[in-house]
Design a protein around this ligand. Structure first.
Ligand code: 2RA
Length: 330
């Protein structure tokens, strides 16, 4: 049994980590919850018990923590995650701070479990929209990826509680506070900041992280990331070109047998993945599989997953379990 800490325990992802640690039967002997000074003394719930929030400080290295799950944003991760890892804690970080550092594994256990070695104490959790996309694509890797394009339809919960509140505000006819435009009755082709070339940082994350996870640094990948007025669960339209010939049926068969994937693809019965069905689960749902009419060896896939669970909290817990089972000892 392990002493597990959740850093950022009052946020949407931190709260979900507490829930998922219990639901996935993670071997928690002791649970500690950390957040900013502002939240110190507040109470969160773990396995039906109240846990009082401790203000995060460098003192944490003396608290005997075996496993730390970080969900407190990049600046906090940069300050505390390497420090804890150096002092023997296994750290899984949900921020983007370390994802592209060469020596730090970026892991989705169903996709690249081999990226974790027994010397890694700091492991990065990928971006939510990347996680579900690579889970959907991994069973097709043997076909050879030539090119991938993503178009995302991302729920407001990806922005945390403030995104959910903006959607509710809009439905009451009030102005947005978090987003630059109303999200109610609207869509925003804008997630995270704009970069010099016109892509957003969210789009660049999907591009870079896909290349790193599949270990194909030069793979042509492109993305358009869009915020939609859905409370929870992201959807991604994937267009993928393979080097080898295949068929829709062969793709369906590969996905039907794949870990973490549920195939929902029977349009004769209007069966396809939808956010309402994915929310509250840890699977990635894939459907609408069809051949692209315009390009050889190219297919469309539609995938949906709970962005707070598989896209963040559940993947982090699964990564921690995988690392512990594979020789990382605290
Ligand atoms: C979003 N990718 O949906 C973010 C959350 N990590 O905005």
């Amino acid at each position: 049994m392990y002493h597990v800490a959740v850093i950022g325990a009052t946020g949407a992802v931190g709260q979900k980590m507490l829930q998922v640690l219990k639901e996935l039967d993670f071997p928690v002997g002791q649970l500690s919850a950390y957040a900013s000074e502002r939240s110190a003394g507040k109470v969160v719930s773990f396995n039906g018990t109240d846990v009082t929030i401790t203000a995060l400080s460098e003192d944490i290295i003396h608290h005997g923590i075996d496993v730390a799950l970080f969900a407190a944003g990049g600046a906090i991760s940069e300050q505390y995650a390497p420090l804890l890892a150096e002092h023997g804690t296994l750290v899984v970080d949900n921020s983007s701070a370390f994802r592209m550092q060469e020596t730090i594994p970026l892991v989705v256990p169903e996709v690249n479990p081999e990226a974790v070695s027994s010397t890694n104490r700091l492991i990065a959790n990928p971006n939510c929209s990347t996680i579900q996309s690579v889970v959907a694509l991994a069973p097709l890797k043997h076909l050879g990826f030539e090119r991938i394009t993503y178009t995302t339809y991302q729920a407001v919960s990806g922005s945390g509680q403030k995104g959910i509140e903006d959607l509710a505000r809009g439905s009451r006819g009030e102005e947005p506070v978090n987003y630059p435009h109303p999200i109610h009755d609207n869509i925003l082709p804008h997630i995270d900041v704009f970069l010099e070339d016109g892509y957003t940082k969210e789009e660049q994350k999907m591009i870079d992280e896909t290349r790193k996870i599949f270990n194909q640094p030069n793979l042509p990948v492109s993305a358009t990331c869009v915020r939609v007025p859905v409370t929870n669960s992201h959807s991604v339209a994937i267009n993928v070109t393979f080097s080898n010939e295949t068929t829709v049926e062969a793709i369906r068969t590969a996905l039907a047998d794949a870990p973490g994937v549920v195939l929902v693809d029977d349009v004769s019965r209007n069966q396809y993945p939808m956010p309402l069905d994915a929310s509250g689960t840890d699977e990635v749902y894939v459907g609408r599989i069809r051949q692209d009419q315009t390009l050889a060896n190219t297919f469309h896939l539609w995938c949906v997953a709970d962005n707070i669970r598989k896209g963040a909290a559940s993947n982090a817990v699964q990564v921690a379990r995988h690392a512990l089972e594979n020789g990382i000892h605290s």
